[in-house]
Design a protein around this ligand. Structure first.
Ligand code: ADP
Ligand code: MG
Length: 233
């Protein structure tokens, strides 16, 4: 779907939350790297998509009523074969039915399982005074518990992006801690700039979350994405 089609569909359905797959389509069109993600609406289709993508795959619920997919049992990692893909399809739907009996189910995504990297987060929220503000941090408990994040106002310079990365307390982890691979810092700087340009060009976006992005020695890729639109006028 094109951007116009995605926005029209959301408006028609009176929702401001774009699904993961819609969010990833908009990001991909802006050349922001996201994991290849397909939407299946039946078990047979999910299994076929999985074999086309190549195992292992990840499968996730797609529902406008489920924001935190893993909390509701809506994410299956390391799906290794057709039998497991079929089983994951059934189990994800059962889990969601249990947690959110009234949830509208769009389908289940089948996506490539990205190799583990250092988990980082890139986000955007709008400040009443400053407008779009970009956030950067390390993923997982570092952001949830320690709030180890940095912020810059859009539009951003390359220098802003560079400082955002170096000023978080967890920066040593990105430089490669105790023999671990370092993250590709120039690539992350570029990614932050791209996200800042993307939200600048798309003022209908109210909030954005790439959580997590896997950062590698070479490159980085978003494995989950969430976009919230401004409410309709
Ligand atoms: P949630 O809605 O709960 O945030 P996510 O899509 O972020 O769901 O999935 C939960 C976790 O599963 C992620 O934080 C990440 O560690 C892992 N994950 C998600 N998608 C992929 C993927 N395509 N490849 C590898 N790991 C993934
Ligand atoms: Mg996530």
């Amino acid at each position: 779907m094109t951007k116009a089609e995605i926005l029209a569909k959301a408006a028609r359905e009176k929702r401001t939350l774009l699904t993961e797959i819609e969010s990833k389509e908009l990001l991909k069109a802006a050349r922001i790297p996201v994991v290849e993600t397909k939407l299946a609406t039946s078990k047979a289709e999910a299994v076929e998509m999985a074999s086309k993508l190549g195992y292992p795959v990840v499968m996730k619920i797609v529902s406008p009523d489920v924001v935190h997919k893993s909390d509701a049992g809506g994410v299956r990692l390391s799906v290794m074969n057709a039998t497991q893909a079929g089983k994951a399809y059934t189990e994800i739907l059962a889990n969601i039915k249990k947690h959110y009996p009234k949830a509208k189910i769009v389908g289940i995504t089948v996506q490539k399982m990205a190799k583990q990297g250092i988990e980082v987060i890139i986000g955007m929220t709008k400040d009443a005074q400053f407008g779009p503000v970009i956030m950067f941090g390390l993923g997982g408990i570092l952001v949830e518990v320690l709030k180890d994040v940095s912020f810059r106002i859009v539009p951003m310079t390359k220098r802003d992006a560079s400082e955002m990365i170096t000023e978080i307390k967890g920066f040593p982890i990105l430089k490669g801690y105790r023999g671990q691979d370092p993250a590709d810092i120039p690539f992350l700087e570029d990614l932050i700039i791209k996200v800042s340009e993307f939200v600048d060009k798309n003022p209908e976006i109210k909030e954005l979350d790439l959580n997590p992005v896997f950062a590698y020695k070479d490159g980085a890729i978003a494995v989950d994405a969430r976009i919230i639109l401004e409410p309709a006028k």
